[in-house]
Design a protein around this ligand. Structure first.
Ligand code: ZN
Length: 443
């Protein structure tokens, strides 16, 4: 089965030569891009994209899908990170498998509509029988490429931690379950649709031993490591007080730097930590809207990229954003870097690179993130004939004047969004289920 995406007005390939093409086609077969160029011969299926801009699918490097069930919770709307968490923990402790599955479906569909083809997820609480498998089942249905991470919290309130005791797990059990989900679901091959990572929630919710053991386990299994790091001033103060060092030092001491590690936020990294991340090839998931929403600050993305740090984008959880629109994050990174560094600090094309290939590199996916022969067929198609782009002199500058939803989306060659609608699940029904569950949690 060959699919031909025909006559793109503009194509931002993000390939090694950063080529921008116009009037070209893409041919897909068995989930792989087999040709890019003008007038490719006919296929079994032809999708005419005249008047559209074609980009690689966007890559989301940080999310907590379950939080789509707790958007805009009144008590957390205006709180800083730690207060926000303490408002939400008791609500999350009432979740179970159905809440995890439905909230993931909604979050994944929302991402797909905003151009995302590959997403990671960070699930760090497992109340009432919930499992990582619940979210993997949702990703399988929606059809996105998925990197779930087995998160964890082990230090509850009674041990001086932030989460309530009811949401923490025994460390031995956490490690056992990491092994279980890796063995059951992790696929390291090219074109893989599921890769599992190991992801204790943050240095302030697990022990030093668990951080170290998690790194050893991940390397033994050949999977990646992920956590939250240096998110805001409270986070730095906690690290200095409890560990006697800054977060970068803590991470390095416990084996949490390297090309197989990526950290979320890193808003407060200093110059030395940026050097450490650059030398060790440690990745960063930058979450600009969440950082704004929680008042955490502006991550030094310009300095990171100039130092050679690999940076991708993340929407972060939908309780701290509260939107899961990835192309909106790409616009936000551009705006925030300009606030700090001036109008020439980041171009629309560079921000789109971070949102696509940058994210794929952070997640260790050299097979994704660009439109080139031999790469996986993860492709976003943007209709620039609408009101948002009307009058644009440069429609390929999507982030300055472009749509915030895709027209079509292909993942591994399969059409997941067609004419602005998710094809794989009954989305209106899922929304109804989600709202029913949310109403039950409010009682
Ligand atoms: Zn997060």
């Amino acid at each position: 089965m060959k699919t031909r995406i025909k006559n793109a007005a503009a194509m931002l390939t993000m390939d090694n030569d950063a080529r921008e093409l116009s009037g070209v086609d893409v041919m897909i077969e068995d989930g792989v891009i087999i040709a890019v160029g003008p007038d490719i011969s006919d296929a079994d299926t032809v999708v005419d994209v005249t008047g559209c801009v074609v980009t690689p699918g966007l890559v989301n490097t940080h999310h907590h899908l379950y939080q789509t069930l707790t958007r805009a919770v009144p008590g957390g709307q205006d709180a800083l990170l730690f207060g926000w968490l303490q408002t939400l923990y008791p609500i999350w402790s009432r979740f179970g498998p159905e809440e995890m599955f439905v909230s993931a479906q909604i979050g994944l569909a929302e991402l797909a509509l905003s151009g995302c083809t590959l997403t990671s997820d960070h699930l760090y609480l497992y109340p009432n029988g919930a499992r990582l498998d619940d979210t993997i089942a949702a990703a399988h249905e929606v059809g996105l490429r998925f990197h779930p991470t087995r998160g964890a919290m082990s230090i509850g309130e009674s041990d001086g931690g932030l989460p309530p005791d009811s949401l923490v797990e025994r460390e031995a059990h956490i490690l056992e379950d990491c092994i279980r989900v890796i063995d059951a679901h992790h696929d390291p091959r090219d074109g893989s649709m599921v890769r599992v990572g190991v992801a204790p929630c943050s240095p302030f919710s697990v022990s030093r031993d668990l951080m170290r053991d998690a790194a050893i386990l991940a390397r033994d299994k050949g999977v990646m490591l992920h956590t939250h790091l240096a998110e805001n001033d409270e986070d730095i103060a906690y690290s200095l007080e409890k560990f006697g060092c800054r977060p970068g030092q803590y991470a390095e001491d416990l084996g949490w730097t390297g090309p197989d590690v990526w950290h979320a936020h890193c808003v407060k990294l200093d110059g030395q930590e940026i050097d450490l991340f650059s030398k060790s090839r440690t990745g960063v998931a930058h979450c600009p809207c969440s950082n704004c929403r929680l008042g955490s600050g502006i991550a030094p993305v310009r300095a990171m990229r100039d130092a050679g740090v690999r940076v991708g984008l993340g929407v972060d959880g939908s309780a701290s954003n509260d939107s899961g629109n990835l192309v909106a994050e790409a616009r936000q990174v551009l705006l925030l870097q300009r606030v700090v560094n001036g109008a020439d600090a980041m171009s629309a094309r560079e921000a789109l690179f971070i949102a696509t290939r940058g994210g794929a590199e952070v997640l260790g996916r050299s097979d994704c993130g660009q439109i080139a022969v031999g790469k996986r067929a993860d492709i976003a198609i943007w209709d620039v004939s609408g009101v948002e782009s009307a009058g644009s002199w440069d429609p390929a500058a999507l982030l300055l004047a472009g749509p915030t939803r895709v027209k079509h989306l292909f993942v591994e060659g399969r059409q997941v969004v067609r004419d602005g609608h998710v094809t794989t699940i009954d989305l209106p029904r899922a929304v109804e289920r989600q709202n029913t569950l949310a109403r039950a949690l409010m009682i």
